[in-house]
Design a protein around this ligand. Structure first.
Ligand SMILES: Cc1cc2nc3c(=O)[nH]c(=O)nc-3n(C[C@H](O)[C@H](O)[C@H](O)COP(=O)(O)OP(=O)(O)OC[C@H]3O[C@@H](n4cnc5c(N)ncnc54)[C@H](O)[C@@H]3O)c2cc1C
Length: 502
C-alpha cells in the first residue's frame, strides 16, 4: 500500500486527522479505514465546479498539473443552466447567456469544439413591454435614444480607460479615489452617463437599484471589456445550449479521475510551507482524503459557506465584510401571457424606474410555446440565504396573477406552475463604501497564496464569466503553477537519498 510521504507525516501531527480519528468527532471517521482508493494525491484541489472552477481545472490540466474538483451538485457548470424541453428537445438557457468576444473565451470554446455565434443574430424573442408588477399597470416609459445611450457609454468607457487595472480586477489606487467610492447614481450625474443606466440594468439587473452601490461595485461587472461588447456584440453558443461545454468538461474530468460530484469538503488543514494541504471530502461513495500541493477555492467566500474550512483570523475578518443579494431563475408554464411577450418590471416612481426589491425582474418569452423564464431578486443583505424559496416562488406567482387580474382583456386568467426553479444565491458579493475606503480589496487579494490557498470566482472579479476567466488566467495561474513546480522540486529533493536535488 502506497501512502505519499506527507500523508504519513501528517497522520502523526495533523490535528485535523487526529480529530477525525477520534470516535464521535465531527465526522466520526477512522482515518486508518481510508483505503488507498479513497486517498487522492493531486497538484491542485479545487472547491466548486462552476464557471471559475471548471475553467481553472481545464487550464491547470492543460499545463500538465493534476487536479481534482469537488462539486456539491450532481453536475458542473454552476450558474450556467440549460433546461431541455422534453417534448421538443429545445434547449433554454436559464442562467449564463452571453460571453465577450475575446481570445480567452474563443480559445476555451474551441478547445471543446463548441461553436459560438453572435448573440441575438437569430433572435426572434418577440415583443417587450413594461409593467409595474406591484399594481399590474402597463407603463408608458420613454428611455434615452440610442445615440444618447451610446454617447453616455463612450463617456463611461473613457473614465474606465483612466484606470486600466480595473479591467483586470478590483485593483484600486491607494488611497481609493472618491469617484470610485461614491454611490453610482452620483457618479452617473457627475460624469453625465445617466443615459446608459437603463441599458446597464437590462444587461445586468442583479442588484436592482444600483444607483446606491459604491461606483466600483458597479464597475466590477460593467467593465471596460463588457462595455466594448456593447459596441461589437456579445457571443453565445451556436446551439443555444451553454451547458454543452460543461457536459464535455464533466466527461473529461470524470475520465481523468479529476472530479468528485455530489461532494462536499467537511474539513481542511492548510498551512504555509511544503506540506501542502489536506481535505476530507464527503462523497456519495463515502469519505475521501485528498492531499494537494495547493488548494483553489472558487465557491462564494461567505463565512457560512466556508464554515467547514480552517479559516484563519485574517481570512475570517476579510470574508466577514461581504454582503450579497438573492437571485433566482425559473421556468413557469401557463402564465396567461402571449408566448412571444416579455415583460419587464419597472416602477414609475423610482430613479431610472428601477423596480423595488424583493421582486420579479422580468418574465421573458422562450423559444418553447407555453413557457416563460421568470427572474427574481432580493435587495442586498448580510445573510447568504435571506429569503425562503417558497416565498420567492409565491411572490413570482403573485406578480404574474397581478398582471393577469389588472389586464383581463390582454392576459388569460390561468394558474401558472413552476417547471424549473433555481437559486443562484448568494449572488453579487460586494462590500460597503467604508470597507472599500479602508482597503478591503487590497486585503482580499493579499490572501492569494497564503496557507497554500488561492481564490477565484465571482467575488474576486465580478459576475461575468469572460472577465472571471481572464482574471484567473492573467492574475494568478502563473504564480500558482510556479509554486507547484517549486513544491515538486522540494519534495523530490527530500525524497532523494542524498537529500539534494537529484
Ligand atoms: C441567471 C444568471 C445569468 C447570468 N448571465 C451571465 C451571462 O450571460 N454572462 C456572464 O458572463 N455571466 C453571467 N452570469 C454570471 C456568471 O454566472 C458568473 O460570473 C459565474 O457563474 C461565476 O462563476 P463562479 O465560479 O464564481 O460561480 P458558479 O458558477 O456559481 O460556481 C460555483 C460552484 O460552486 C459550487 N459550490 C457551492 N458551494 C459549494 C461547496 N460548499 N462545495 C462544493 N461546491 C460548491 C456550486 O454548486 C457551483 O457549481 C449570470 C448569472 C446568473 C445567476
Amino acid at each position: 500500500m502506497y501512502f505519499p510521504v506527507h500523508f504519513v507525516a501528517l497522520l502523526s501531527v495533523s490535528p485535523l486527522l487526529q480529530a477525525l480519528a477520534k470516535p464521535g468527532s465531527t465526522a466520526d471517521i477512522d482515518v486508518a479505514s481510508f483505503s488507498p482508493d479513497d486517498i487522492l494525491d493531486k497538484d491542485v484541489a479545487i472547491i466548486g465546479g462552476g464557471s471559475a472552477g471548471c475553467y481553472s481545472a481545464i487550464s491547470l490540466k492543460d499545463k500538465g498539473k493534476s487536479v481534482v474538483v469537488i462539486e456539491k451538485k450532481d453536475r458542473v457548470g454552476g450558474n450556467t443552466e440549460t433546461y431541455i424541453d422534453p417534448a421538443t428537445g429545445t434547449p433554454i438557457d436559464i442562467g449564463v447567456l452571453v460571453f465577450h468576444n475575446i481570445s480567452v473565451v474563443t480559445d476555451y470554446f474551441n478547445r471543446f469544439d463548441v461553436p459560438l455565434t453572435p448573440y441575438g443574430e437569430d433572435d426572434n424573442s418577440g415583443q417587450s413591454a413594461y409593467y409595474d408588477f406591484s399594481t399590474g399597470a402597463e407603463l408608458n416609459l420613454s428611455f434615452p435614444s440610442a445615440n444618447k445611450t451610446a454617447a453616455a457609454f463612450t463617456r463611461y468607457a473613457e473614465f474606465l480607460e483612466e484606470y486600466p487595472r480595473l479591467n483586470d480586477g478590483l485593483f484600486l489606487p491607494n488611497p481609493v479615489p472618491e469617484d470610485l467610492i461614491m454611490p453610482f447614481g452620483e457618479f452617473a450625474d457627475r460624469y453625465d452617463i445617466g443615459a446608459s443606466l437603463n441599458t446597464m440594468y437590462e444587461l445586468d439587473p442583479a442588484v436592482g437599484n444600483f444607483t446606491t452601490v459604491p461606483t466600483v461595485e458597479r464597475m466590477r461587472t460593467m467593465s471596460l471589456s463588457l462595455v466594448q461588447q456593447t459596441e461589437t456584440g456579445f457571443l453565445t453558443t451556436a446551439h443555444h445550449n451553454n451547458s454543452e461545454i460543461y457536459s464535455k468538461i464533466q466527461t473529461e474530468l470524470l475520465s481523468a479521475s479529476s472530479l468528485l460530484l455530489d461532494s462536499e469538503v467537511i474539513s481542511t488543514l492548510r498551512k504555509d510551507g511544503r506540506e501542502g494541504i489536506s481535505l476530507v471530502v464527503r462523497t456519495l461513495n463515502g469519505y475521501k482524503l485528498i492531499f494537494a500541493k495547493r488548494l483553489l477555492i472558487t465557491i462564494p467566500p461567505k463565512l457560512d459557506i466556508l464554515a467547514p474550512l480552517d479559516l484563519s483570523a485574517q481570512e475570517e475578518s476579510v470574508f466577514s465584510r461581504f454582503i450579497d443579494v438573492g437571485y433566482y431563475t425559473s421556468i413557469v408554464n401557463d402564465t396567461g401571457l402571449p408566448d412571444d411577450l416579455s415583460i419587464f418590471n419597472y416602477n414609475p416612481n423610482t430613479p431610472y424606474n428601477f423596480p423595488i426589491l424583493p421582486g420579479v425582474y422580468n418574465i421573458q418569452a422562450t423559444p418553447v410555446p407555453g413557457l416563460h423564464l421568470a427572474i427574481y431578486g432580493t435587495p442586498r443583505g448580510n445573510k447568504s440565504f435571506s429569503m425562503p424559496t417558497d416565498q420567492v416562488k409565491a411572490d413570482i406567482i403573485k406578480g404574474i396573477k397581478t398582471l393577469q387580474q389588472a389586464n383581463p382583456v390582454k392576459f388569460k386568467q390561468t394558474e401558472p406552475e413552476f417547471v424549473v426553479f433555481s437559486s443562484h444565491t448568494p449572488f453579487y458579493l460586494q462590500v460597503s463604501a467604508d470597507d472599500i475606503k479602508d482597503g478591503f480589496y487590497d486585503k482580499l487579494y493579499a490572501l492569494q497564496g497564503l496557507r497554500n490557498t488561492y481564490w477565484t470566482g465571482a467575488a474576486f472579479r465580478g459576475q461575468d464569466s469572460s472577465d472571471l476567466w481572464r482574471y484567473s488566467k492573467e492574475e494568478f495561474y502563473s504564480q500558482l503553477c510556479m509554486c507547484i513546480c517549486v513544491s515538486t522540486l522540494l519534495k523530490t529533493a527530500r525524497l532523494s537519498p542524498a537529500g539534494g536535488l537529484p
